[in-house]
Ligand binder design. Structure first.
Ligand SMILES: CC(=O)N[C@H](C=O)[C@@H](O)[C@H](O)[C@H](O)CO
Ligand SMILES: CC(=O)C(=O)O
Length: 291
């Protein structure tokens, strides 16, 4: 069975502090209504790279406290501060997170040797398994097939969250590492990723659209490609509208239409404008009301 994970959002108050109740509401909605298989905590969608260290700890605590063992949990602990990444890897492992993940270190154009050292350091002192978070469009770091192979020499590194539109590389990765966990990261390209044999998907829009994505996975597994394509088309109408309205703040605004207090994004992410709020209402009415 392929797994579907929502990339958990963090509900913020207007002053940039964490809205704990709202964050818990989103976790519950994902578990109780979306019925996702898991949550990816502290990723891009969670605005991890906007947060203070204390806020990262707070979110990791809230998520596991609310989700308990109801769904799988992956904690993204990667940081430009390797000591922080190592600390958080231990912190979430002690909290009981079954998996960790770490973004490729970015900004300084590290060599592959330095990137490899970063990953080996993060897992060295923790009894946990790590999923590489590869997102070249945001990090500028593209790993090659041979480089993934070298990272996988460490048995604690078990998979890739593959947020990359390079499907040639995805095919090469899938077939070179049949036993590794490959999770697709671009929601709008779920169907081609399924065709190449990914084990599941993690994404921001599953917060709102998990049922359709699950139905698409099921249609694909049943060999009903026409149905899967129709569902991907419907999803992409929604995803296009969310992107045009500014995706992260808009997912939170649509959550409000669903009765979930998702708070706002943290500055410098966009704060809601009247146009954005109207846009989110329209997205809800056009694509989600009947769901
Ligand atoms: C940067 C980012 O948010 N990536 C997400 C996951 O990897 C995706 O879920 C996208 O938000 C989504 O596919 C829309 O492009
Ligand atoms: C999956 C993705 O969106 C994230 O890192 O949040």
């Amino acid at each position: 069975m392929k797994k579907l994970y929502s990339a958990l959002m963090t509900a913020f108050n207007d002053d940039g502090s964490i809205n704990e109740a709202g964050t818990r509401e989103m976790i519950r909605y994902n578990i109780d209504v979306n019925k996702v298989d898991g949550l990816y905590v502290g990723g891009s969608t969670g605005e991890n790279f906007n947060m203070s260290h204390e806020q990262k700890e707070q979110v990791f605590k809230i998520a596991i406290d609310e989700a308990k063992n109801d769904v799988d949990l992956i904690a993204q602990v990667g940081s430009l501060d390797l000591n922080e990444a190592k600390y958080l890897a231990k912190f979430v492992t002690d909290l009981g997170y079954p998996h960790i993940s770490a973004v490729t270190p970015f900004y300084y154009n590290y060599t592959f040797e330095q990137i490899k050292d970063y990953y080996n350091e993060i897992v060295k002192d923790v009894d946990n398994e790590l999923i590489i978070y590869s997102i070249p469009a945001l990090t500028g770091v593209s790993l090659s097939l041979d480089q993934f192979d070298e990272l996988f020499e460490n048995p604690k590194i078990i998979g890739i969250k593959y947020t990359n539109a390079d499907f040639f590389l995805l095919e090469r990765v899938r077939n070179r590492f049949p036993d590794k966990l490959i999770l697709s990261g671009f929601d709008e390209m779920l169907l081609p990723a399924l065709a190449l044999g990914v084990d599941g998907a993690i994404g921001s829009t599953y917060n709102l659209n998990a049922k359709r994505a699950k139905a698409e996975m099921n249609a694909f597994d049943a060999g009903d490609i026409d149905k899967a394509r129709q569902l991907q088309k419907d999803s992409n109408d929604l995803i296009s509208a969310l992107i045009a309205n500014d995706i992260y703040p808009s997912i939170k605004l649509v959550f409000k239409e669903l009765g979930v207090n998702a708070g706002v994004t943290k500055k410098p992410m966009a704060q809601p404008t009247p146009e954005m709020i109207a846009g989110a209402k329209k997205i809800y009415n056009d694509y989600l009301k009947e769901n």
